[in-house]
Write a protein of this length. Structure first.
Length: 149
C-alpha cells in the first residue's frame, strides 16, 4: 500500500469516518450533559459564582445561552460536514428537535427543569451554524469568489 493513498473503507476515506465518529460523539456528549443530574452538572456559568445580584444573574444567563448556542452550532457544523449529501435544513431541523426532546427528558433528571429557553438557544445555534455552512458551501461552489467584486 502506498503511503500517499488514503485508507478507504466502504468507499469513504478514514478521515471521513473519523469526522462521522466525532459528530456522533458530540451528540452523545450533548445528551449526557443535558440529562446529568444537577448535582453532577458543571457549567461555565458556575465559574462566575452564586451571587444573587441582578448583574450576576444576567451574566450567568448569558453564559448558559452561549453554552447552548456553541454546543449545537458545533454539532450542526460537524454533521453537515459528515453528511454532505443531506440537506442542511434537515440537519438543522433534526438538531432542533433533538434539543427539544432532551429538554423534555430533563423532567426525569433530579434537580433539572426543562425550559423553552434551552430549546430556543440550542435551535439558534443550529440555525446559525446551518446558515454559516451554507454560505461557506455556496462560496466554495462559486470558486470562493461569490462575495468579491
Amino acid at each position: 500500500m502506498s503511503a500517499d493513498r488514503p485508507v478507504v473503507i466502504s468507499g469513504r476515506t478514514l478521515r471521513f469516518w473519523t469526522l462521522i465518529g466525532i459528530a456522533w460523539i458530540c451528540l452523545a456528549v450533548i445528551a449526557y450533559l443535558s440529562l446529568v443530574p444537577r448535582s453532577m452538572e458543571v457549567r461555565a456559568s458556575d465559574l462566575i459564582g452564586r451571587g444573587r445580584t441582578p448583574s450576576i444573574k444576567v451574566i450567568r444567563g448569558v453564559f448558559k445561552a452561549l453554552e447552548h448556542v456553541l454546543a449545537y452550532g458545533a454539532a450542526t457544523a460537524l454533521l453537515i460536514k459528515a453528511y454532505p449529501s443531506r440537506p442542511i435544513w434537515s440537519i438543522v431541523a433534526l438538531l432542533s428537535t433533538y434539543s427539544a426532546v432532551l429538554e423534555a427528558l430533563q423532567v426525569f433528571s433530579p434537580g433539572r427543569h426543562p425550559g423553552i429557553g434551552g430549546v430556543i438557544w440550542s435551535s439558534l445555534g443550529a440555525v446559525a451554524a446551518g446558515w454559516a455552512m451554507s454560505k461557506l458551501q455556496s462560496d466554495a461552489g462559486a470558486g470562493g469568489t461569490a462575495n468579491r467584486p
